[in-house]
Design a protein. Structure first.
Lengths: 159, 159
DNA sequence: ATTCTGGCTATGGCATCCAATAGTCAGCCT
DNA sequence: AGGCTGACTATTGGATGCCATAGCCAGAAT
């Protein structure tokens, strides 16, 4: 009913993992509501400060602060651009590391849609090519869907 | 380079989504470091208060508070049990909704392992049945892996 | 009867997150 | 020249998250 642990994960005592755990490090970087919602907007294609802060529904001060952190964390870039006849502005775009956050964002979206009540239904995810419903899943490189009890977590450099 | 939006998502102005967004609701329930780490331990099979608070590395007061919230959110249950010759204790176990958080937790783990520096390497995930490396992916029900640009997000009850 | 352990609760304080309000600055528009 | 807009910065204040320390209570062990 739970994961299978290997390496020293399996026989550790009560010592906390602390920064050795990727979950912890990820949560410290992007584990707050505003950052996740800003990332949602970035995945929706929103690039400008004004739209970002408005669509997330947060004050400008907070949006500016979180965006600065996300740029520092390397998940967004702030790049100058100019539309013809406009002055130079900046746009926020996902880096490769930022794009790699998609499974987290979609997993949050799916879980919320399924397990938290809302007067509106959940968003539906589909594959553009074939139209079939899409979901976040754990898959192995041999192509199998991996259920929780078949997932092995091996601690780094085994000892 | 971004998601494909359908329904009113595609043509909304600058109105914030607020609680209509599952990401937001999920973050409000479990979007903090301690809750995620407690969930990590739950997936590792840890059920007792003492072990949970020690292995997460958080004070008892905070652990008690977060566990209470997780139970209230319906992702953990607190059930009495007794070992022979021991007094009644309580164990914290994942509910079905709790187990459904696994993709979020694993996605956080994978991203942290790949994009945040650590003196130790990342944890390795494998499929117990075939031994192949495993990852969190977005898949459609027809069996295709869905890249970001082919993922369609349709707003609830299209209008 | 006293001690010990597991599982908490209580208190105080510091830090972070957020809202609300106000102000700044650059440059286009009139 | 003055106003407007986009993109911020600054300040105040409240709520939440966390730590550290201390205390409480039930029931087994002694």
């Amino acid at each position: 009913m739970t994961l299978q642990l290997e390496g020293w994960f399996a026989r550790r005592g009560d010592t906390p993992l602390g920064d050795h755990c990727g979950i912890d490090r990820t949560m410290q970087l992007v584990g707050n509501r505003t950052s996740m919602l800003l990332l949602r907007e970035a995945f929706h294609g929103t690039t400008r400060f004004d739209a970002l802060h408005r669509r997330v529904g947060v004050t400008e001060a907070v949006a500016a602060q979180r965006l600065k952190e996300l740029v520092a964390a390397g998940v967004l870039t702030k790049e100058p651009y100019r539309e013809p006849g406009q002055r130079t502005r900046h746009e926020y775009r996902l880096t490769e590391a930022g794009h790699a956050l998609l499974p987290i964002v979609i997993a949050l979206l799916e879980w919320g849609g399924r397990y938290t009540p809302s007067e509106f239904g959940p968003s539906r995810l589909t594959h553009a090519d074939c139209g079939a419903p899409a979901h976040v899943e754990i898959h192995c490189e041999a192509g199998h869907a991996v259920p929780e009890e078949d997932l092995v977590v091996r601690a780094p450099h085994d000892r």
